[in-house]
Unconditional design. Sequence first.
Length: 338
Amino acid sequence: MFILGIESSCDDTSAAILKDNCLLSNVTASQSVHEMYGGVVPELASRAHQQNIVPVVDAALKKANVSLSDLNAIAFTRGPGLLGSLIVGTSFAKGLALGLNIPIVDVNHLQAHVMAHFITEPDVKPHIPAFPFLCLLVSGGNSQIILVNAYNDMQILGQTIDDAAGEAFDKCAKVMNLPYPGGPVIDKLAKEGNPYAFQFARPNIQGFDYSFSGLKTSFLYAIRDAKLSDPDFVEHHKCDLCASLQYTVVDILMRKVDKAVRQTGIRRLAVAGGVSANSALRKAFIDYGEKHNTEIFIPKFSYTTDNAAMVGIVGYYKYLDRDFCDFGLPPFARTTIK
Ligand code: KG4
């Protein structure tokens, strides 16, 4: 069976073709239009999706050597995300599926991030977690620890009560006048810095929940105070600031992950979402696995940030269950995981 996956929840227009659970192509057009604003501008994002969606789907089909008439279903991100952006992918999926007379499958974006671990590729030995497993989902908008019982049975054990981990990276980067998104830049600069140079506030939150707004505020104040005596403080200490911030974020994330592993007794641990591209977090997972006899699942870089391959794989599993979507269903901006 051939599935076309479409992702348009934020600022990446992406299309993927899967043959069953095997990825044949995954084409993404990122939107540079937001760079000068230091963040995603929703109206510009939806307009760029409109421009990108036809060429991106066309390129994915050509790369996979699949024609429209081969498709069995179209899976699309229904939410959560920016409503204007979601409308483009949702409307396109519906229109194309009506024209081809095939079913559509609605996909939850957060569920898709977790399910990225189930994508297989030709000639690559699959490394797929068995159920149940724990997944740390960390992106620009979410930080959650999820107990995954099945592809369609996910329970959030804990989540951020304010900022997300990626948001903390992005906002602190802005204070340092680094480009958007800040996460990848901080990751790069941190490699040259001392992670113990500065100490920032750590949250003290019950259960498995996270908080990053205190860390962000203490980072901001530390810079503001230091600038009083050294106006070029950030320039002089950029790498140390990045390394210390990254060290703190990863430590905050891993403490709750460790708590979840201990309390559930589940020794299969995955990480997903844009922040799972972070080199220190990836290393922390590998180290944790070795130290605590836990099986670790780290996504390929191309599956960390928003992509249609992860939408297609959810589409595949829902297709097997004949879990199709009504053509009248609208996209949704906010929700939790299914
Ligand atoms: O999952 P994603 O592409 O978008 C959503 O939020 O849905 O995640 C984007 C986030 C941004 O906050 C970005 O700064 C962060 O992922 N990010 C990173 C790295 N690469 C992307 N954060 C830390 N280190 C990275 N290498």
